[in-house]
Design a protein around this ligand. Structure first.
Ligand SMILES: N[C@@H](Cc1ccc(O)cc1)C(=O)O
Length: 431
């Protein structure tokens, strides 16, 4: 296969390009849209991948990034949407006051992570959602289109579409229904042929396919990568469980510790997050380095080094206990650290990025000393209940809700219930 680093001359045949575009995906909806553009060979295929700028991106993001590398190598035009508005539409996962800093953080970290896996980013375009969704003439058109779309989609269908992406709460804010509609409209406004995302986006993707034509827009193709298991037993890599994911900026000793603790039972290939990480990240990343040939090596103390060029051989050896967790884990750790070390180095040398990190993810304040609550009498019982909720929401609820990040200073002090969210939204509007 051609080197997938985007620097290859684009002399591939349409068949080769299509192969690369569809490689390692779980599902493609309306592939004929992609086939037509690539086979006609008159212009590049246009694809975008969107990410809501909420919690800190972690190493699970390498999965879409390596696919993006392949799209670029296949000559596609790729846009990365930093979906800032979506970041707060989803239950204020990104508080409105912090979202601009988070966009900057995402741009820094995604750029460096792509460079660390040898992706040529010169043909990659970053777009910030609010730049066209809420600003200027385009923002006015977007708003009208959103209203038009809202007349042709039921609230029920919009909620269902978002159910695997948007945080599910008892009394969901209206924003959770706007979220999928705006994601559908993004396809039109970004002028793409296809949207790429994880399979968790599937219901939003099918909503877009069904509803855009209702307001006179073309339906798009959709490319979906699988979600890889996290490092802990069961479940996907999630930002809410700090041990299930590795931050791009984790120190080497933390990376080592997390991998040591990772769920990786001998002979079990299914649901094995460590093996999946090799399949979807380390093998494709090695291919970008070695002229398109994937290679993963596992050194063993008392036997010769194992060298793999595909996941099937590795899975077989693992199932047969030839490749064992105690030799696999250190090999994965080394390969991952090789990728992460340059990212960390850039961070450590880049003052602007460090400042953005502090502003985007302010550390939680030191725990406050308990204040005596004045007894206001039973008449004020409700008020006191409210206070209690506000005091605990930042830490307790943030964990229980499967939320993406640890509480920021703001989140801790203002709380995160939906009611609270509503109140803050209306404050946001006035200012
Ligand atoms: N839904 C995506 C984010 C996204 C937002 C808007 C889009 O147009 C595309 C993607 C996520 O879960 O992160």
């Amino acid at each position: 296969m051609a080197p997938a680093n985007g620097s290859t001359p684009l002399a591939q045949t349409p068949a080769e390009k299509l192969n690369l575009i569809k490689n390692n995906l779980q599902e493609v909806l309306n592939p004929e849209i992609i086939d037509k553009v690539v086979n006609e060979n008159e212009r590049p295929l246009r694809i975008y991948w969107g990410t809501a700028t909420t919690g800190k991106p972690h190493c699970g993001y390498f999965v879409p990034m390596l696919k993006i590398a392949e799209f670029l190598a296949a000559g596609c035009e790729v846009k990365i949407l930093l979906a800032d508005v979506h970041g707060f539409l989803d239950n204020l996962k990104a508080p409105i006051e912090l979202v601009a800093e988070r966009v900057k953080y995402y741009k820094f970290v995604i750029t460096e992570a792509l460079k660390a896996v040898n992706v040529d980013i010169s043909r990659l375009v970053f777009v910030i959602g609010s730049d066209y969704q809420t600003t200027g003439e385009s923002g006015a058109r977007f708003f009208m289109d959103l209203l038009r779309l809202s007349t042709s989609v039921s609230g029920h269908d919009a909620s269902k579409a978002g159910s695997e992406v948007v945080k599910q709460v008892d009394s969901p804010p209206l924003s959770s229904q706007l979220y999928p509609l705006m994601q559908a409209l993004d396809e039109e406004y970004l002028g793409v042929d296809a949207q790429f995302g994880g399979v968790d986006q599937r219901k939003i993707f099918t909503l877009a396919v069904e509803t855009l034509p209702r307001i006179g827009f073309e339906k798009r193709a959709h490319l979906m990568n699988p979600l890889i298991p996290g490092l802990q037993e069961g479940g996907k890599m999630s930002s809410s469980d700090p041990d299930s994911k590795i931050d791009f900026l984790d120190q080497p000793d933390i990376v080592r510790r997390k991998l040591k603790k990772a769920f990786c039972p001998p002979k079990q290939v299914e649901g094995n997050g460590v093996l999946s990480f090799v399949e979807y990240v380390l093998l494709p990343a090695s291919a970008l380095k070695n002229d398109g040939t994937p290679r993963f090596q596992v050194s063993r103390r008392d036997a010769e080094t194992l060298t793999y060029s595909n996941i099937a051989d590795m899975q077989k050896d693992y199932a047969d206990d030839v490749l064992q967790p105690q030799t696999l884990k250190p090999a994965v750790t080394d390969a991952l650290l090789e990728i992460l070390t340059p990212i960390r180095k850039v961070f450590e040398e880049n003052k602007a990025w460090q400042e953005v990190e502090q502003k985007a993810y302010p550390p939680p304040p030191a725990p406050e000393k308990k204040k005596k609550v004045k007894n206001l009498g039973t008449r004020f019982l409700d008020v006191k209940e409210g206070e209690k909720a506000a005091a605990t929401n930042g830490s307790v609820e943030a964990k229980a809700d499967g939320h993406v990040e640890g509480p920021s200073a703001q989140e801790v002090s203002v709380g995160k219930t939906t009611e609270e969210a509503m109140r803050r939204l209306s404050i946001g509007k006035k200012s």
